[in-house]
Design a protein around this ligand. Sequence first.
Ligand SMILES: [Zn+2]
Length: 276
Amino acid sequence: MPKLTVELYQSLHDALEARSAETGEPVAHIVTRALSEALGLDHATLFQVSTTGALVQGVYRGAMTLGRLKEHGDFGLGTFDGLDGEMVALDGEFYQVHSSGKIEKPADGALVPFAVVTNFRPARRAEVPAFTSLAELTAGLDALRRSDNLFFAVRIDGAFASMRTRAACRAGEGVPLVAATAHQAEFTFDNARGTIVGFWSPPYARSLNVTGWHLHFLTDDRKGGGHVLDCSGGPLEAAVQDLDDVRLAIPETREFLEADLTKDPTAALNIAEKCR
Ligand SMILES: [Zn+2]
């Protein structure tokens, strides 16, 4: 990590030391937190709209505008109103991968029923060994996690020998996710240059998020992408961010408020979201 050396007024220095002595928090933490707040960065926050439990039940109606979602992150993934394709957010630009394969940047008024975003500020970078499948890639990514109980964001830029993605097709409200994704559009790319945008969520978050790795992809030319089903390539460099602050925006749509969210969505998500 970069190091910063600055000159301080004696009084400010004394106040910092006093706060550190009082709370036991290292001076570097106090300064980093104060700087983040001053600059408007909540750098370790995962912000999520709705839950995967609701998505599994067919709650696809948009609950937040894209414009508001952008206030909470510059990097992430999700879907759009009516399960209309896949969201990939990268460097502050939000893309919609349609089931037709077409990609566009929706207007800020577009509605989002489910999304996970963060302000991506990676804490470390490391090489992921060559992989012949998504399972091998995620095993390589697992080695970069420092805990089974934190959330993580990952970004991988490079050339992928092969990439298979899907984009969900627009579905009617209340159609369960397994049925809705049974006729998804799938795309394959060879020697594709692009970026993987992803998150890892711990097992205890199983009713909220896709547990394990959830990866979306976008090509460098912004003409292809989607939810990653399989891929091969590498070795590639991965940038990883630890996320220790999770905020959940609970939709107040009638569909969400009346949905039966008592069930464990894990089995349905394994069918709808993982490699088949
Ligand atoms: Zn996805």
